[in-house]
Every structure is written in C-alpha cells, then in structure tokens.
Ligand binder design. Structure first.
Ligand code: FRU
Length: 490
C-alpha cells in the first residue's frame, strides 16, 4: 500500500513504530481500553463507522507523554472492543494548522462519509495566526490515507457571534442536508455555532443554535448535537475560565428551520474525574454510541514515566430505559471479554465480608443490593485493596443522602478525591452497581446506567483484594457476579 501522508505524518509513524515496543508492556497499560501506542492522547475524534468498520481518531502527540502539536492518531475495530492501531491520519503541515510555537496542530473534530469517501473535519489551530482557529477537511478513499482539502480552511473565520476560540466541528446529516456545530465563547457564555451545507465544502452560518444558560460555562468545547429517540440532545464539555469541567448532556427540541435548540433539562454525563470531550456515532445497527477521553486536563499521570498518557472509556450506548430515564450502558460486545465467572447470592453483610480476590485486575462486577431489606446507612465495596487494606478504592452507597460515593483517598498514585453521584431509590427496592476495573481505571454504572462515575486509579499491581462492607447495620446482597476480562492487546 502506498501512503500519501505529509512528511510530518510519515515521520510520526516511523517514530511510533520505533518506540511502541518500549511502552507496550509497561505496568500501567490497560487491558481492554483504547490507548495511544506511545506518547500523548486526549479527545476522541472522528468516531464513525465506515465500510462496516468502526474508526476512532484521537488527539495525539506521539513524541512525548505530554500535550504538544496535535496530530490525529487512528485506530479501527470491527466490534469496538478489539482495536488495531493505524498510521497517524493527520499531522500539522499546512499554514492553517502549523506554527513556530508548540501551540498548533490539528485540533478536535469529527468524521462523516459521503459518496464512499471519508471526510474528517478538524480545527486548524495556530496560536500565532489571526484568526487562530479555522475549520478544515481531510478526505480519504480507503479510510487510512488522508489528503487535506485544497479549499481549506472551509470556514476561515469565526462568525460575529463567536470569538477566536472557535473549534471542534461536529458534522452530521439530517433530511438530506449537512449540519455542523462548532464550540465557541462570547460575552461570558459558551456557545454552539451552527452551519449548514449541501456538499460538505461550502458552509453557511445559521446562528447560535444553543448557548450557556449562565451556569454552563463560558466556553463550550466539543459540542455534539444529535437526535436521540423523540428529542435532540446536545453534549458538550464546558470551560469556566481556564478550568475544564464535567461534560453535560442537554435534552431539548431542535428546530432546523429557525436554527434553534431549546434547552429543556440538562444533567452531568459522568460524576468522576476522568471523563472529558465525549463524542458519539450512530452505527449501522442504529445505536448511538459514545466514547470519552478517560483522563482530564491538569491531572497526575503516573504513566508519564513510561512514555504514554491517556485512554478512552469503554464505549457506552445511549438510550432511555422503560421509565423514560436517559441511560448509558456499556456496549453488549464487551461481554465477549468475560471469562472465569463467580456467582454468589443472598448474603447478608454485617461489617466486612471478603469477596473472592480478583484473578487478574481486569474485572467486571455486577451486584444487586436489596435496599428494602438493608438497614445499614452506608454499605458498599472496597476494591483494589492491598492485603493490609492501607490501599483501597471505596464505593459507598449512602442511603441517607441517596448518593453513590467513589472515594479515592487511599486508592494509590494518581488523582485523589471523593466523587459523588445521586441515585434514585428504586421502586422495586433494588440498587444495581456494575463496575469495570482495568489496570488503571474504574468505571461505575449505577442502576443500569442512570449514573456513571469514571476515574483513573493507580494502585499497586498486587492490590487485588475485594471486600463487601456494611456500617452500623446489615446490607443484603441479592446477587453478585464477577468475571475476569480478557486483554485485547496481547
Ligand atoms: C478539548 C480540547 C479541544 C481542542 C483539543 C486540543 O479537550 O481542548 O477543545 O480541540 O482539546 O487538543
């Protein structure tokens, strides 16, 4: 196969091929999450199904485990679980995405297919240019080799309602037209700017489709607007000043004629520390699937010392449950990783009750608590415990406050902190916790995806014990299942 990458992409690929063996078996590598082969990863980009295969691109700096001039890393998968790394898709190379200072590159964006070609939409960024952020296209006929469009930048200036922070185009098709939202800010409010096109090359500005209600940040990064069953939703990653905050999902009505998305209600997508810049695709089965950067700006990142940083969450399917509540659930395909099943049922916990140790760290746990027949106000799990329990990651169910708490104060290296999500007490009296553990991550799904709490944790590899506990009373476990999860990388 011949590669028609810019010189910079070829250089990046040679470097990655030389360095990846060193990183491959380092201790913090994950087993079933997407990670960069080497170097730095942040936002998911260009998440799409193309010719039957899922493609995931990502913000990437191959040369060091820190943010730098942005490339687009690339991987593909048949099932969103087993990934194959591909050559870097985009590298800074043109006047609109390069600069003499390190602050430049191919910033976040999305992908869409048209006439069998795969189009990548990205923000060309250079801190030295005015305007510093413009919208660009790169195209491919094979899904591997991308050529930047001659007519770039296809949007060469921010509109009157925006400002120089003008980035992260998400493109979709609706009723035979193409639409784009771009994140921006003005007058202290985050904004989603809306464009329309019939050919993906010429774009007409239609206005501010949505903006912060005053409490949703002064800059919106990575907006994603799409239909979800009967309504439209807008996902975005807000900034408050220089600080990135937890992504939200806003539910509402979209009027394509007036170019307005009316906000009805909004919630946090994830209550953990390590979830940012999520992006969705719709696949051939009609599923809306979301993946997020499982890390966060300005965090402690112990894997730096091993030459790599950043990972993606497991993919989540977005739907509503039979009560009409929005839920996020791990995609079905992940069940193929399960082996070594343990099942227990009907046990009453009073104090600390040990649970079978993890056989290997990559584990899924699924537990149903009987809330009605439990009188302990605080019960839950200790995970990734050292033998002496000086190290542990705690999940607590606080029934008085109706909160699920992930306590990382003794979780090991990495970010500490206490992360809380509200839960609604079930009418059927049950509370379900489903936990995905990997070498350096914990993703907790509460009540079948009503809430999610995602964190990176860096305990010692020998910390593999598990306890169930109930404080000041009894807690009843109706059933608990545990599976080891296979590694997709070895
Ligand atoms: C979000 C973000 C985007 C930008 C990219 C740069 O994490 O700041 O707004 O395009 O990262 O890497």
């Amino acid at each position: 196969m011949t590669y028609n990458h810019s010189e910079q992409a070829i250089k990046a690929n040679i470097y990655i091929n030389q360095q990846q063996e060193k990183v491959k078996n380092s201790k913090y590598r994950l087993n079933y999450h997407m990670m960069p082969p080497v170097g730095w990863m942040n936002d998911p980009n260009g998440f799409v199904q193309y010719n039957g295969e899922y493609h995931l691109f990502y913000q990437h700096y191959p040369y060091a485990p820190k943010w730098g001039p942005m490339h687009w890393g690339h991987a593909k998968s048949r099932d969103l679980v087993n990934w194959e790394h591909l050559p870097v898709a985009l590298a800074p190379s043109e006047y609109y995405d390069i600069g003499t200072m390190d602050d430049h590159g191919c910033f976040s964006g999305s992908a869409i297919e048209k006439d069998n070609e795969l189009y990548l939409f990205y923000t060309g960024h250079s801190i030295e240019r005015d305007p510093m952020q413009v919208q660009c296209i790169a195209k491919s006929e094979d899904g591997i080799n991308f050529t930047k469009e001659n007519q770039n930048p296809v949007i060469d200036h921010f509109p009157k309602d925006g400002s120089k922070d003008f980035r992260d185009p998400k493109v979709w098709q609706y009723d035979n037209q193409y639409y784009m939202v771009v994140g921006s800010k003005k007058d202290g409010k985050g904004k989603a700017l809306f464009y329309q096109s019939s050919n993906l090359i010429n774009w007409t500005y239609r206005g501010v489709v949505a903006e912060s209600n005053g409490k949703q940040g002064d800059m919106w990064e990575c907006p994603d607007l799409f239909p979800l069953e009967k309504e439209h939703v807008l996902i975005l990653s807000p900034m408050y000043g220089e600080k990135n905050e937890k992504p939200i999902i806003i539910f509402g009505e979209m009027d394509y004629n007036t170019a307005k998305f009316s906000q009805e209600r909004s919630i946090l997508l994830d209550y953990g520390h390590d979830f940012y810049a999520p992006q969705t695709l719709i696949d051939e089965k009609g599923r809306r699937i979301m993946i997020g950067w499982m890390d966060m700006w300005f965090s402690k990142r112990p894997s730096e010392g091993d030459g790599w940083v950043g990972a993606m969450t497991i993919p989540r399917e977005l739907t509503y449950n039979h009560n009409g509540i929005f839920i996020q659930q791990p995609i079905e395909e992940l069940k193929a990783l399960r082996h070594n099943h343990h099942h227990i049922e009907n046990i009453v916990i009073n104090g600390v009750h040990s649970f079978p140790k993890l056989d290997g760290i990559a584990t899924e746990l699924c537990i149903d608590f009987d809330i009605v027949n439990s009188d302990s106000p605080v019960f839950g799990l200790h995970l990734r415990c050292s033998t002496d329990r000086s190290e542990k990651t705690i999940i607590k169910v606080d029934t008085n406050n109706e909160e699920i708490i992930v306590d990382l104060t003794s979780a090991g290296k990495g970010e500490s902190g206490i992360y809380k999500a509200p839960y609604s007490p079930k009418t059927n009296g049950k509370l379900n916790l489903r936990v995905f553990l990997d070498t350096t991550s914990i993703e907790l799904f509460v009540n079948h995806g009503e809430q999610v709490i995602t964190n990176r944790i860096y305990p010692h590899t020998s910390s593999i014990e598990v306890d169930l506990f109930a404080e000041k009373g009894k807690a009843k476990v109706l059933k608990a299942d545990k599976w080891s999860l296979r590694s997709v990388w070895k």
